[in-house]
Design a protein around this ligand. Structure first.
Ligand code: NAD
Ligand code: TDX
Length: 332
């Protein structure tokens, strides 16, 4: 049985990945998570005690990280400050968690010879024009726009340097925008769903023409698991499910699925430096490792996600008022 250390396992993608591991493998899982505003112990409720351990702590705490890495066979590193809007308000925690935290983990896996998988984002490549026929590939140049994406780009570079200079056994993946259950209400899709459930209206930045390439979080999990077992050391794999949609279309679909008029949304202040379009070409992952997404129909996945938020108000309610108050201060 493999022992896997999952950092950031109380966050959106980490908690879905932990559940995916428990349901699809016989591994035992240890989560290391600081439980920042984005981490939620409730997202890991009900996991089997004989296969799951939760450790409260910071990935920048070198002695704790070394002790946990020493006891595990594989580290999958999700922990991060993950929200672009927050990074525009205060980049400081992005520097410490995303850069120093990754460095701390790399030094530990280097010391114990532990296999490492690095979770990253398509945002490291910057953005594409709306009419550009090209999509991001593993050889696209790095060109991050926000403090968040710059720190993710920096962390990717650290991983490659530790592979080349110190022989660390690492793989990397850069995924497009995830949606699904347990996503914090600060993020686009859960924010709009819960606004409507609260009797309010969706809030679209600018004209709403920015394009994101949506993938269901379970498809991200299946790809990461495959890369950790079949991926080649030192290689990067882009993860995406051909889910390009502009924000206006997504809001209109949410409204329709919730039985509201398709135009019942508000335009609000745009994000500074707002990336126009992300789009992933996942040919390498599909051809070399045989990966395929299961959620090929975005509207079906979105409908299931809406049902999850309807059924789990107790999970999201505690964060909603504070999140909206923070947005209101900047006219969003
Ligand atoms: P999230 O904000 O929902 O979760 C982050 C988790 O990390 C939280 O549980 C938080 O408590 C924990 N954490 C933060 N700082 C920590 C620290 N110093 N020590 C220990 N734990 C800490 O984020 P997410 O959306 O689940 O993203 C997870 C990863 O996936 C990130 O690395 C992100 O860059 C990447 N990613 C996200 C997306 C997306 O669409 N959300 C897409 C591609 C890549
Ligand atoms: O209220 C909103 N209205 C709106 O129009 C919010 C919160 C967002 N938006 C727009 C901004 C983006 O164009 O929706 C799009 C998606 O926004 P976010 O959910 O903040 O995601 P994004 O900035 O694209 O980054 C996400 O995908 C890549 C994750 O948060 C990152 O962690 C990941 O790396």
């Amino acid at each position: 049985m493999t022992k896997i250390l999952v950092t950031g396992g109380a966050g959106f993608i980490g908690s879905n990945f932990v559940r995916y591991l428990i349901n699809h493998t016989d591994t035992s899982v240890t989560v290391l998570d600081k439980l920042t505003y984005a981490g939620n112990r409730e997202s890991l409720r009900g996991l089997p005690k004989n296969r799951f351990t939760f450790v409260l702590g910071d990935i920048c705490d070198a002695s704790l990280v070394h002790e946990l890495v020493r006891r595990n066979d594989l580290v999958v590193h999700f922990a991060a400050e993950s929200h672009n809007d927050n990074s525009l308000r205060d980049p400081s925690t992005f520097i410490s968690t995303n850069l120093v935290g990754t460095y701390t983990l790399l030094e530990a896996v280097r010391r114990y010879g532990t296999r490492y998988h690095h979770i990253s984002t398509d945002e490291v490549y910057g953005d594409l024009a709306l009419e550009d026929p090209d999509r991001f590939t593993e050889s696209s140049p790095y060109n991050p726009s926000s403090p968040y994406s710059a720190t993710k780009a920096g962390s990717d570079h650290l991983v490659r340097a530790w592979v080349r200079s110190f022989g660390v056994e690492a793989t990397l993946s850069n995924c497009s925008n995830n949606y699904g259950p347990y996503q914090h209400v600060e993020k686009f899709i859960p924010r709009q769903i819960t606004n409507v459930l609260d009797g309010g209206r969706p809030r679209l930045y600018g004209a709403g023409l920015n394009v994101r390439d949506w993938i269901h979080v379970d498809d991200h999990s299946s790809a990461v698991l495959l890369i950790t077992t079949e991926g080649k050391i030192g290689e990067t794999y882009l993860i995406g499910a051909d889910g390009e949609r502009n924000n206006k279309e997504v809001v209109e679909t949410i409204l329709e699925l919730l039985g509201q008029p398709r135009d019942a949304y508000d335009h609000v202040n745009d994000r500074a430096g707002h990336d126009l379009r992300y789009a992933i070409d996942s040919t390498k992952l599909r051809m070399e490792l045989g990966w395929r997404p299961i959620f090929s129909d975005f509207n079906t996945g979105l409908a299931a996600t809406i049902e999850w938020y309807q059924a789990n108000e107790a999970w999201w309610r505690p964060q909603k008022a504070q999140t909206e108050a923070t947005y209101a201060r900047v006219g969003q």
